[in-house]
Design a protein around this ligand. Structure first.
Ligand code: ADP
Length: 748
């Protein structure tokens, strides 16, 4: 049903209910009643004829196809027909006029929480009076009220999330945080203590004329105290450096721990969805520095608060109203910062995709995997251009924002300087008229200069904390990203593979794709047998392997291990019982032995077992000939590493898979990078190793899999044929033509 039809339907239903003397309540979704009813208030509507309406009534009528509650401000008679005008909070002028047929009913009371307010009550009558006779003033107050409320709400929500974020990131660093806070407090106070001791010295020097023993003692004491305060300040700054480092390390440790754990629990689909990739990108990028920055800002705030307390005392001792001037001087600058920090955040969000694009082009330009093709085809300029375009767009947007901030920031600074100039002039005048001493003038100059920067820093820190917190909220929302897979859910059944794996009517579509990758696929994989999936590229074979591992859930249909639904077993348990070689196997720049041992990381690495797996994969001899045998670092990322060929890396991946002793072996194009002899060796090993196991193998080389017990032929997400090699050839269908095309190619 279209939205308009639905609204009509609801409107008629409401009218009928009211007509039948039923009462009707509705919940406010926004602040749209004049004077304001808040979101969540429940208005009680009564039936009333349009002729009974009086100016000032709060009425419910249909406006632009929705029901709204407004205050009636005018009734006129046009061509013998009543025309009404009503007004809502959201419109500074009056809403469109409407006729009787749009009118539904009148509000007689409303409920907020447990309190019910009658429209005929005294309070509402006063509001009505104001709304009618001082509409502009009433609207102004309403809007002001709404604005204050929304600021207050935003502030409380922001404060709550700030508290949560801080406690989450400092969860393991309470001691360091406390020490740093105490140091920050004293660091805030000490500069002022220094100013006071200097003031005392100056006053002493200007007032003392003769230097007897007593005066000398006072002078030396003052000097010693000043020097001591300097010393304490310097020592505190050193200690602070130490504790900051400790705090920073502990927070960074915590953040990366959360980041990595979350990554480990994310579904594969999160990495394939551009919007979620933006979110992940922001989280990873911000996690590296935001939390530390925020903690430092917080410590800065503590420092500023301590300083401000001292500052107030100093100003009160000179002239209290000068502190008001100081505040007024910095406020415009703060407002500018607040406004632009919000804008900067919005800009950052809007730039996420472009930024990822830029990083990608940077990776192409600087990454080793792209270097060969780049040199050969000479497309360095192409990617450089793409990178520069993305970078220029991002930079320009940032500069534009800075430009608009700069104008306002300079104006606010000019304003501040005028006030400072005025204050300095006033204090000089006080000295000239003999009201204060020269020491007090110096104290004021220092205090004013320090106070200006302290207050500025304080408010700057607050705006920074707000900005950091907004970014941290992004990080938190990344941590709270829901995972669809059932990896974490309670395992209800055990994994069993004694009979078969049954794939029943499984259909699946990737989130980012419009086409179905698998369409009602039915497959039976008998336990202890080797089953092959063959078919053209993109026909869905790999997708089914991914579903078997539980990386994705079927949109419909079931995957059953010995009759038990995989969802009841849980992805973690399913994975524990599978070993696999993926088409896009990974290269790990770690030792050769570790590379194989990763296949069963739950137990300590067993060298003999690893050697057997390497032998089966045909990589044993190559490892033995490496400079340190199984203890050789692989890859060329780090010093002393030995790079392997692609085929050798693939054999390492196969050895890793063979190292794990599991009942189900999945192999997706395991010999794509291998020479014919190696391929034969892998197949022979697989035959040996899978003797008492169940194996699924994908290969585009039909000769590689013709020995399989059962072969399924895939085509565009469907299973076209199944049977063993001979049966499929006899069918003279898709398999037959694939087989002959492949052979023709080989022998032509
Ligand atoms: P095969 O293994 O038979 O070559 P796949 O199972 O990899 O085929 O792919 C089946 C279909 O799913 C193809 O149309 C492919 O474009 C699509 N596809 C594969 N992986 C993804 C993905 N991560 N996101 C979206 N579509 C995908």
């Amino acid at each position: 049903m279209k939205q308009e039809e639905l609204n009509n339907h609801l409107f008629n239903l409401a009218e009928t209910l009211l007509g039948d003397d039923h009462s009707l309540s509705y919940k406010m979704r926004g602040n749209s009643m004049y004077p304001t009813l808040k979101p969540g208030d429940i208005g009680k509507v009564e039936k009333c004829s349009p002729h009974e309406l009086k100016i000032g009534d709060i009425i419910v009528f249909r406006l632009n196809n929705i029901l709204v509650g407004h205050r009636l401000i005018k009734i006129s008679n046009v061509n013998d027909e009543l025309v009404f005008l009503a007004k809502g909070d959201n419109s500074p002028t009056t809403d469109l006029p409407f006729k009787s047929d749009a009118f539904l009913g009148r509000l007689n009371s409303y409920q907020r929480g447990n309190n019910s307010t009658n429209i005929a009550g005294f309070k509402m009558k006063i509001k009505r009076f104001y709304a009618l006779y001082f509409p502009k003033l009433s609207l102004l107050f309403n809007n002001l009220n709404l604005r204050v409320n929304s600021y207050y709400e935003r502030f409380t929500i922001g404060f709550k999330s700030l508290k949560q974020n801080i406690s989450l990131i400092t969860n393991q660093s309470h001691k360091e945080l406390l020490s740093s806070s105490i140091i920050a407090f004293f660091q805030g106070i000490l500069p002022f203590v220094i100013i006071i001791t200097i003031k005392s010295l100056i006053d002493y020097l200007t007032q003392t004329t003769k230097l007897d023993a007593h005066q000398q003692l006072i002078f030396v004491s003052l000097l010693v105290i000043t020097a001591l305060v300097f010393l304490v300040n310097a020592i505190l700054s050193e200690i602070n450096g130490f504790f900051s480092e400790k705090l920073s390390q502990s927070v960074t440790h915590r953040i990366y721990e959360m980041l990595h754990k979350k990554h480990a629990s994310l579904d594969l689909s999160h990495y394939e969805n551009p919007a979620e990739q933006d979110k992940i990108h922001r989280a990873v990028q911000e996690a590296s520095f935001r939390p530390i920055k925020m903690i430092n800002e917080l410590l800065g705030t503590i420092k500023s608060i301590a300083a401000a307390l001292f500052l107030v005392t100093i100003f009160v001792s000179i002239r209290w109203y000068l502190i008001v001037l100081l505040f007024v001087a910095i406020i415009p600058g703060i407002l500018v910062k607040l406004k632009f920090s919000q804008k900067a955040y919005k800009l950052k969000i809007s730039q996420s995709t472009k930024e990822r694009e830029m990083y990608y082009f940077n990776r192409v330009l600087t990454g080793f995997p792209f270097a060969k093709e780049m040199k050969l085809f000479g497309f360095f300029g192409f990617f450089l251009q793409r990178f520069s375009n993305a970078q220029n767009t991002l930079f320009k947007q940032k500069i534009d924002l800075r430009k608009s901030e700069l104008r306002l920031a300079i104006s606010s600074q000019i304003f501040a300087i005028i006030l400072i100039f005025f204050s300095l002039g006033y204090v000089s005048y006080l000295k000239l008229s003999g009201a204060i001493s020269i020491g007090t003038v110096v104290l004021f100059f220092f205090a004013f200069q320090r106070g200006y920067s302290v207050l500025n820093e304080f408010f700057k820190s607050l705006t920074q904390i707000r900005e950091d917190n907004t970014f941290l909220n992004d990080f938190m929302s990344f941590l709270n990203m829901p995972t669809k897979s059932n990896a974490q859910k309670n395992v209800q059944s055990h994994f069993s593979l004694k009979k078969e794996i049954k794939i029943e009517n499984v259909s699946f579509r990737y989130e980012s794709s419009k086409r179905e990758a698998l369409k009602s696929v039915n497959i039976n994989i008998p336990a202890g047998k080797t089953v092959a999936f063959v078919g053209a590229n993109g026909s869905g074979k790999t997708t089914l392997i991914k579903l078997l591992c539980g990386f994705y859930q079927p949109d419909s249909g079931k995957i059953l291990f010995d009759g038990i639904d995989a969802t009841q077993i849980g992805q973690t348990t399913v994975c524990e019982n599978i070993t696999a070689v993926f088409q896009d196997f990974a290269l790990y720049n770690i030792f050769a032995l570790e590379n194989i041992g990763l296949g069963n990381i739950q137990t300590p690495i067993d060298l003999e077992k690893a050697k057997k797996a390497a032998e089966a994969a045909g990589i044993d001899e190559i490892i033995e000939h490496l400079p340190n045998g199984y203890n050789t670092l692989l890859g060329n990322l780090f010093n002393g590493g030995e790079e392997l060929s692609v085929g050798q890396w693939q054999k390492m991946a196969i050895a890793r898979a063979f190292y794990r002793d599991s009942p189900l072996i999945l192999m997706d194009e395991p010999s794509s990078a291998l020479d014919a002899a190696s391929e034969l060796q892998i197949i022979n090993s697989l035959k040996k190793l899978s003797r008492n196991k169940t194996a699924v193998i994908i290969s585009h080389q039909l000769t590689t899999v013709q020995w399989a017990d059962l072969i399924y032929v895939f085509d565009e997400g469907e299973v076209l044929e199944s049977g063993n090699h001979q049966e499929l050839l006899a069918l003279k269908g898709k398999y037959y033509s694939l087989f002959h095309t492949a052979n023709d190619k080989i022998y032509s």
